[in-house]
Design a protein around this ligand. Sequence first.
Ligand code: GLN
Length: 381
Amino acid sequence: MFLQSKLPNVGTTIFTEMSVLAQQYNAINLGQGFPDFGMNPQLTSLVTKAMEQGNNQYVHMNGLPALRERIAEKVKKLYNNEVSANDEITVTPGGTYAIYTAFTSILNKGDEVIIFEPAYDSYIPNIEINGAIAVPVALQYPDYSINWELVKQKISSKTKAIIINSPHNPTGALLNEADMQQLSALTEGSGIFIISDEVYEHLVFDDKKHISVLQFPELYKRSFVCFSFGKTYHCTGWKMGYCIAAPGLMQEFRKVHQFNCFTCNSPLQFALAAFLEQEKEYLALGKFIGNKRDYFLEAMNATPFKPLPSYGSYFQLYSYDGISDEKEKDFATRLIKEYGVATIPVSAFYQSKQENKVLRFCFAKKETTLAEAAKRLVHVQ
Ligand code: GLN
């Protein structure tokens, strides 16, 4: 049987590739972004309770109403935006699905989407499977900030959307208010949509603050804003998230959603609705993850790796300039095989596979894991 691939240039995601190698060589996995510590047992008990109480059938396709209400309250409190639980919020099986669905709702063949590289690796396939074209703009190394002049140059009559991501995966960079104003000025009245990947909204440290598209009414009108419960509550395997968009946009989003996943896991939604009432659970997260980042930085001081700035997410980039001249993927593979530590080569997040001698380390791990990984890297050469 001959199958004409819709994604001829796509292989296996770098996360799976590196995780499989890590397992094979029994390496410490600081590659794929997931915590190795337990989630809050209160939340797992709430799931058990929901199941035992018989909440095991489909809930509304847009998400359990109580959960959407709690999300709306949280958005009002944090971002001062009164979104409608009925018309503007849809619960999704994860943030990646929300992003894919947003792209699928708006893209037609030949449309262009501006992406910032390094870019999370699902964006380009999401764009291409819809017959659209990804137009990359490189973030400026080493602080990975946006050069808005370059963005302006890449906007054409075919530009349908711009995808932004803050806190940024893989770099940990944050967008600031000036960035949002630039984005607003560039897109106002243009018909260009924004997809805003904000899955790490609470994972911000060093006294910085997450800036959401939801805080800018002009921008929000043309945005799909995507979030993840997995990242907030340390349960990435739950694959639960949500998308927020203005009613007209959300209506189209739901057309795609209803014939794809239709509705998400019910007991998890009951549990999340109850747990979201405790705002301290998500408000304390920045400090918690910031402490882990500090611990990791300290431990890595004994190694020859050089840290790059990171202000949010699960990730810390390190340069290996001066240690090796190998390409990032080759070096990352050797680190797994010879030193027993898995990372992600940042070149995997560039269409052009740009090489800066930089690797991504996930520090959302127990201190013992971080200490052991750093110890293994002390004599890297
Ligand atoms: N978001 C996770 C990361 O960046 C990976 C998710 C996945 O493996 N698809 O590591």
